[in-house]
Design a protein around this ligand. Structure first.
Ligand code: PMP
Length: 381
């Protein structure tokens, strides 16, 4: 049987998404596809709660989204600050450096996040920065950053600094109010709460980010990832006119159209609330079993996933393979300094709403059995 894929992405697909993936060949300039792609771009604005940001959807994994943002907004010698809560902050630093940025990090140990004072200090000590990047949810640690609070500090202390949010593990799960919070760029990918198979990079850029791009002094040091290539394409899909640069993954775009329709039929506020409720439930059950979360507090814990330490004496590989034997796939640790000590559960997208919400109970049941089989004594309730 199919084993439930309860990892922090890719996640279970809705049947409409599966059906879109199985649709017959269609030209990327067929009127019906142009309309579909145009709608995807418009609907992404609704998901990110922005009226004016420019969306880009390009074939590639979430990491391509970083290049699509950073290559276009960073020029050699620009200073960039990475708000670093784990592996994806380290990688973002490498990406920024690749395009010539002078990179500083404001870091926290695994499970923690930098304080607002530390961020303010970093912004003033080494600035001015062209850009600050914030991993909204670092999927390696499950740490959630309060991007609204960080953005407020940045706006106050360093108003010209662009704010880039890596929302790969948060878009369509955690609230991101791009316009209200003054977020300049959000990067994401299809395979997490956006609910499609892997293969789509998603970027939204504010009007301010587009102005910064338009006033570059040096050429963009990328070919495929350059907005010069993709901006006219995105604009023509939205205008419902044919255009071509690189062939879009037609079926994947159709899958995203199906998924975005489902998300928006719930409404974003409901989507955020359902993810929070599912997450609270999972975390409460795990803590009730005596397990300890990786994030320092509930406040700093993501709602689309849970990172949790193995209990004393339970062998990592035994627990995950035992859960898989009960038809639920979970993920191991990813942060190099603590990787062997914890595991991760994804609970996002369709698994948090009816009728698939039962997948979360199936997952908790499988995990409970796996813990017992691994020799863990559950506290008596
Ligand atoms: N950023 C974050 C926060 C992620 O979780 C991931 C993927 N786990 C990425 C970036 C990279 O995405 P991809 O693996 O699709 O390239």
């Amino acid at each position: 049987p199919h084993k439930l894929c309860m990892i922090p992405g890719p996640v279970e697909f809705h049947e409409d998404v599966l059906a879109a993936m199985a649709s017959p060949a269609l030209s990327h300039i067929a009127p019906s596809f142009i309309d579909c792609f145009g709608r995807v771009l418009e609907n992404l604005r609704h998901v990110l709660l922005t009226k004016s940001a420019q969306p880009f959807v390009v074939a590639g994994s979430g990491t391509l989204g970083w290049d699509l943002a950073v290559a276009n907004l960073i020029e050699k010698g620009d200073k960039a600050l990475v708000h670093n809560t784990g592996v994806f902050g380290d990688r973002m630093g490498d990406c920024l450096a690749t395009y010539g940025a002078e990179v500083s990090h404001v870091r926290a140990p695994p499970g923690h996040r930098p304080s607002l004072q530390e961020i303010e200090q970093a912004l003033t000590a080494d600035g001015p920065f062209r850009m600050i990047t914030i991993t909204h949810v670092d999927t390696s640690t499950g740490v959630l950053t309060d991007i609204q609070a960080v953005a407020e500090v940045v706006r106050r202390v360093s108003p010209d600094t662009l704010i880039l949010v890596d929302g790969v593990c948060s878009v369509a799960a955690e609230p991101i109010r791009m316009d209200d919070w003054g977020i300049d760029v959000v990067t994401s990918a299809g395979q997490k709460a956006l609910g499609t198979p892997p293969g789509l990079a998603v970027v939204l850029a504010s009007e301010r980010a587009m102005r910064v791009f338009n006033s570059r002094k040096t050429p963009v040091a990328a070919y495929f990832a350059s907005w010069n290539r993709w901006l006219p394409i995105m604009q023509s899909y939205e205008k419902r006119t044919p255009s071509y640069f690189g062939t879009p993954p037609v079926q994947l775009i159709m899958a995203m159209d199906a998924s975005l329709k489902l998300i928006l039929s719930h409404g974003m506020e409901k989507i955020f609330a359902e993810h929070a409720a599912a997450s609270d439930h999972v975390k409460q059950v795990l803590e009730g079993w005596g397990l300890k979360l990786v994030p320092q507090s509930r406040e700093a814990a993501a709602h689309a996933m849970t990172a949790v330490y193995y209990p004393e004496g339970v062998a990592a590989s035994a627990l995950l393979s035992s859960a898989a034997a009960h038809n639920v796939v979970l993920a191991g640790g990813l942060h190099p300094t603590i990787a062997a000590k914890y595991f991760r559960i994804g609970h996002m997208g369709i698994t948090v709403y009816e009728p698939q919400r039962k997948y979360i109970e199936t997952t908790l049941d499988a995990l409970k059995k796996a813990l017992v089989e691994s020799g863990y004594q559950l506290p008596s309730q």
